[in-house]
Design a protein around this ligand. Structure first.
Ligand code: ASN
Ligand code: ZN
Ligand code: CA
Length: 332
């Protein structure tokens, strides 16, 4: 028997947070009993197996510094809980497979590993510590991005290459940003940037920009024939851009202190419908319309079908979906 507890996490990116933990005997573990028993393990620089479940004599985890091994665990455990809560409370889905079963997280993967990833095989997320052990890849948007790869695998199953691969990556960025906004955390605030907390470029710039993806120097802003030949982390650009345009509209805007300026391929303006509706449309399309081979044209058809079901084909929302796709050069 494991009693349900609320522990305290002193995270690197999100300040002091409440963590779902369990007590067995005189020790506590990072086992989130109210979220499908999602657990967080310490790989302690290993690269295989599950490592050791984080446990300890008190229910306080980490000290806010990356040099404490529990700190990355607190961030990862928190990110997984937020992602669980977002899908359950906003999208009505209980867990990655929709069966109420939690996944698990592994932190401290390898030495100076600068990445994080989801694996279908272990049904788990894995995080490196970043270079110099200073910036573990455990921010909210990265956690939600990786966990969403699990969701995509278990729903549309978008193949991880070509245009479907770009849509797979964009889905992870879209819900990465959505979960970050949902968290409403005063330290890691919501934005349309991906990875702005982990400083992967070493100069404070984020990994990706959804308002104008080409700001990262590699991502594409607009669809073109042949985009399926570029890396999926760059062919995701137009779909990220679509989501930004649908949510916020084109032009300039400042949200939570971040300035955006989103262009369109045809120069025509797009009026946004708000993130909440855009999220509903993308989620419905992902889970009921998209398949493993959906390309950009199919994503347009699928999101229009989803918008029609949710809001009607005569709605402003339906028209906005048409305009946002036109804005990234995906037409009828
Ligand atoms: N962090 C990367 C991602 O989720 C790992 C990968 O390239 N698959 O896309
Ligand atoms: Zn990804
Ligand atoms: Ca972000």
């Amino acid at each position: 028997y494991q009693a349900i507890h609320n522990g305290t996490g002193n995270t690197l990116y999100s300040g002091t947070v409440t963590l779902g933990t369990a007590q067995s005997g005189s020790s506590y573990t990072l086992t989130d009993t109210t979220r499908g028993n999602h657990r967080t393990y310490n790989l302690n620089r290993g690269t295989s197996g599950t490592g050791t479940l984080f446990s300890g004599p008190d229910d306080t985890w980490g000290n806010g510094s990356a040099s404490n091994a529990e700190t990355a665990a607190a961030d990862a455990h928190y990110g997984a809980a937020l992602t669980w809560d977002y899908y359950k409370n906003v999208q009505g889905r209980s867990g990655i497979r929709g069966d109420g079963v939690g996944a698990y997280s592994r932190v401290h993967y390898g030495n100076n590993y600068v990445n994080a990833f989801w694996s279908d095989g272990c049904f788990c997320m894995t995080y490196g510590d970043g270079s110099g052990n200073a910036n573990p890849l455990t921010s909210i948007d990265v956690a939600a991005h990786e966990m969403t790869h699990g969701l995509t695998s278990n729903t549309a199953g978008l193949n991880y290459s070509g245009e479907s691969g770009g849509l797979n990556e964009a889905t992870s960025d879209i819900f990465g940003a959505s979960v970050e906004f949902y968290a409403n955390n005063s330290s890691d605030v919501g934005d349309y940037l991906i990875g702005e907390e982990i400083d992967i470029n070493g100069d404070g710039t984020p990994l990706r920009y959804m308002d104008e993806p080409s700001k990262d120097g590699a991502s594409k802003d607009y669809w073109y024939s042949g985009i399926g030949n570029v890396d999926v982390h760059y062919s995701s650009g137009p779909a990220n851009h679509f989501f930004y345009l649908l949510s916020e509209g084109s032009g300039t805007k400042t949200i939570n202190g971040v300035s955006y300026d989103s262009p369109t391929s045809d120069g025509l303006p797009v009026t946004g419908i708000g993130r909440a509706k855009a999220e509903k449309i993308w989620f419905r399309a992902l889970t009921t319309k998209f398949t493993s081979t959906t390309n950009y044209a199919g994503a347009r058809t699928g999101t229009l079908a989803a918008a029609g079901e949710l809001y009607g084909t005569d709605s402003a929302e339906y028209t906005a979906v048409q305009h946002a796709w036109a804005g990234i050069n995906v037409g009828a």
